[in-house]
Design a binder for this molecule. Structure first.
Ligand code: NAI
Length: 358
């Protein structure tokens, strides 16, 4: 079989650090395994446009492997050209780079390494909330500039204790965020999700579900987004919804950039309606140099906690998603059943309940 992987370039870092498995250089550690079985394995980072290596090689590939950090976007027109394609594996979590409905129509299975980096992301979310609420980034930048003016930082620094925090999506990541927030003694932990948590799981973290999104955001000091990107979440956080946020709220989005309207968020931060925005996901990746989220600030010159997309690609996470990708391939080659939690799209059917209510 021909297996095509679209990964990001790790350059010098990947040569020096073999645990950077999700790179073109280190190929998820899969080459010896795949070649021992006689498969052809082609790895590239070149993924944009009809002349890209991705589009050239997808035409006769049987299996596509890609990561959400540098995704090969598998659109319906590309699937139409990919006559042999039967399996698409996401080395990580989040398969929105695949047109799910088109995959159903083309009988292409879509699997991901469920759970492989959910703790990695949950930790990043809690860190980002604290960074924003405690005004950490401007404080650190002041130190690097050689200055010392405590009042300029403290005027916009708060405690997380006593604040209301809510997650949009209370699945694997959202629930882990709630678990990790328990010791901070927040005023309330809320969630918005069409799937309810069981009473035991709600009680374990002391969380309350709110069914109306506008009401939900209007109650939160901090909103964190932990739902997949699909038709029901694309552009969900826009000017209209932001107008229902508390003035001075903080927003953390490590789910997918396109869940938030980029210009509306930048405007809300600039006006001070949002006091801060943090996350690692962008509506275009790599984010262009002039993306508004790189430089956006609140009126006091802070409130920006953006990073490149790396929360789910710690070295610990890379080991897990590389191993999980191999297991999915092994199951596929040997005709063994897959872990049901990994199956987003089975043959001709969406199996995951997380990509919108169907
Ligand atoms: P999950 O499938 O365990 O949970 C997702 C939850 O979102 C489910 O409970 C689902 O019902 C809920 N949901 C779906 N649509 C919703 C909507 N319209 N409103 C409210 N809730 C909705 O997924 P998991 O593992 O928690 O991951 C969530 C997402 O996080 C992934 O799909 C991916 O986009 C993102 N992610 C980001 C990473 C990063 O490195 N920044 C790494 C891993 C995941």
């Amino acid at each position: 079989m021909k297996i095509l992987a679209v990964l990001y370039n790790g350059f010098k870092a990947a040569k020096a650090e073999p645990r950077l498995l999700g790179t073109v250089e280190n190929e998820l550690g899969l080459r010896p395994y795949l070649e021992s079985l006689g498969h052809e394995f082609y790895v590239t980072s070149d993924k944009e446009g009809p002349q890209s290596e991705f589009q050239k090689h997808i035409v006769d590939a049987d299996i596509l492997i890609t990561t959400p950090f540098h995704p090969g976007y598998l659109t319906r027109p590309i699937m139409e050209k990919a006559k042999n394609l039967k399996l698409c594996v996401t080395a990580g979590v989040g398969s929105d780079h695949v047109d799910i409905n088109a995959a159903v129509d083309h009988k292409i299975q879509v699997l991901e390494v469920t759970g492989s980096n959910v703790t990695s992301v949950a930790e990043h979310v809690v860190m980002s909330i604290l960074n924003l609420v405690r005004n950490f980034v401007p404080a650190h930048e002041m130190i690097e500039r050689g200055e010392w003016q405590v009042s300029d930082i403290a005027r916009n620094a708060f405690d997380l204790e006593g604040k209301t925090v809510g997650t949009i999506g209370a699945g694997r990541i959202g629930y882990r965020v709630l678990q990790r927030l328990v010791p901070f003694d927040c005023k309330e932990l809320l969630y918005f999700d069409y799937a309810s948590l069981s009473a035991e799981r709600e009680q374990a973290v002391g969380a309350r579900r709110i069914n109306d999104l506008q009401e939900f955001v209007s109650k939160c000091d901090v909103v964190t987004v932990n739902a997949p990107l699909h038709d029901g979440t694309r552009g969900l956080i826009n000017k209209k919804l932001l107008s229902h946020f508390k003035k001075g709220a903080w927003l953390v989005n490590t789910a997918r950039g396109a869940i938030c309207e980029a210009d509306d968020v930048a405007e809300a931060l600039k006006s001070g309606h949002l006091n801060g925005y943090a996350g690692d996901v962008w509506n275009v990746q790599p984010a262009p140099k002039d993306h508004p989220w790189r430089q956006m600030k609140n009126p006091l010159g802070g409130g920006n906690g953006m990073t490149p997309h790396y929360s789910g690609t710690t070295l610990d996470a890379q080991a897990r998603y590389a191993a999980g990708t191999k297991t999915i391939l092994q199951n596929y080659f040997e005709g063994k059943p897959q872990n049901p939690a990994d199956v987003i799209v089975g043959v001709g059917k969406v199996e995951s309940a997380s990509y919108g209510q169907r």
